[in-house]
Design a protein around this ligand. Structure first.
Ligand code: HEC
Length: 100
């Protein structure tokens, strides 16, 4: 898996939908519905949730995002016990496909 920085095709947008449902349920409280890091829990964390639409995140490889989500980072615990690998991939696709 490499870096994908091309604008998403319609098919990719559609593929991203399973990830969207998971994101809205598990991730938006911190990362926000727009994925810009402005979730409702932001004020209660010592560390700002990452803006997932940012260069910082979007220039990471799919593999890097996959392993960060699985292992966690900073105040975000790992999600390896919550999701299957396929679900983590769905989340990576969602972070990718709907990015500006
Ligand atoms: C408790 C709040 C919280 C929740 C819930 C949460 N995150 Fe995070 N997330 C964070 C914080 C805080 C960071 C930033 C850590 C840092 O700066 O090193 C982060 C970082 C990340 C990063 C790394 C971004 C980068 O460029 O380094 C990714 C990817 C990510 N989160 C995805 C997710 C996904 C997908 C979910 C849902 C399964 C999720 N997060 C749920 C708080 C959260």
């Amino acid at each position: 898996m490499g870096i994908i920085l091309l604008p998403p095709t319609f098919a990719e947008q559609e593929q991203a939908q399973p990830g969207k449902a998971l994101f809205l349920q598990y991730c938006q409280d911190c990362h926000g519905p727009q994925r810009d890091g402005r979730g409702a829990l932001r004020p209660f964390l010592e560390q700002d949730p990452a803006n997932l639409t940012s260069q910082m995140t979007q220039t990471k490889t799919d593999q890097e995002l996959f392993s960060i989500i699985k292992k966690g980072r900073g105040e975000m615990h790992g999600w390896a016990d919550t999701f299957t690998d396929e679900q983590v991939l769905d989340l990576v696709r969602y972070i990718r496909a709907l990015s500006p």
